[in-house]
Design a protein around this ligand. Structure first.
Ligand code: SAM
Length: 226
């Protein structure tokens, strides 16, 4: 699927060909590891990557992991590409996709992803928009299918309502929760960096909530496939 792009970006974004996929790359489904020079490294994906501070800094910090950042807004992912390309020495362990999380089953094969990051996902506070939250059960079902066995979601947000809603959704879908905190910065996680939103809103005094959710296994996967 081709997503609409703003005209000014058409030209500017060409500079980042190779790093950035502008059309949802369904032809790479099941083949993602082969686009990285070190193809045997684990694959970690961030959905809703924004302007790319998290994904680019994580890729710089953990060169033994391959990363993909997916973002639906072209005017936003452009900055993620710019930021990622500016890192020295250059990164060969990260790619970006202009794409919609709703389509991940067409982009990633079952079990292809080892870890998913959801950072400061849009809260969609109105109840009638609940199904758009990236931790709504229909999304959890898709994540479970593309994650490898034992695969995890690392989720953080400063929106307590979204966090509590997400805990209920994870439980309802049989995920195992660990490292649940309502104040991440009290004891930051070693090896995980801050996102743009995290920096901005924690400076304003908002507490950051975080959890790790492990994919359901065995029998509990059966109802996920329905
Ligand atoms: C609140 S921002 C957070 C950005 C970044 N993760 C951070 O923490 O700074 C949420 C981002 O998710 C993106 N997003 C929302 N729904 C998405 C979807 N269905 N597919 C891909 N990206 C999405 C938005 O465009 C936005 O850039």
């Amino acid at each position: 699927m081709r997503l609409r792009r703003k005209p000014w970006i058409e030209e500017a974004i060409k500079e980042y060909e190779g790093l950035l996929y502008l059309d949802e790359p369904t032809t790479l489904k099941g083949k993602w590891r082969h686009i990285f020079p070190k193809e045997n490294q684990p694959l970690h994906v961030e959905f809703g990557t924004g302007k790319g501070q998290f994904i680019s800094r994580m890729a710089d910090l953990h060169r033994d992991v391959n990363y993909i950042g997916m973002e639906v807004q072209e005017g936003v992912i452009y900055y993620a590409a710019k930021k990622t390309a500016a890192i020295e020495p250059p990164l060969d362990n990260v790619h970006l996709i202009l794409g919609d999380v709703n389509h991940i089953e067409d982009i990633f094969a079952p079990g292809e992803v080892d870890m998913i990051y959801l950072n400061f996902s849009d809260p969609w506070p109105k109840k009638r928009h609940m199904k758009r939250r990236l931790t709504y059960r229909d999304f959890l079902r898709k994540y479970a299918l593309i994650l490898s066995e034992g695969g995890e979601i690392h989720f953080k947000t400063d929106n307590k309502e979204l966090f509590d809603f997400s805990i209920e959704e994870f439980h309802a879908m049989g995920w195992i929760l660990s490292d649940v905190t309502y104040n991440l910065h009290e004891q930051p996680v070693e090896g995980e960096v801050e996102t743009e939103y995290e920096e901005k809103f924690s400076r304003k005094g908002n507490l950051v909530c975080r959890l790790v959710a492990t994919r359901p296994i065995g029998d509990s996967m059966i109802h996920l496939k329905r």
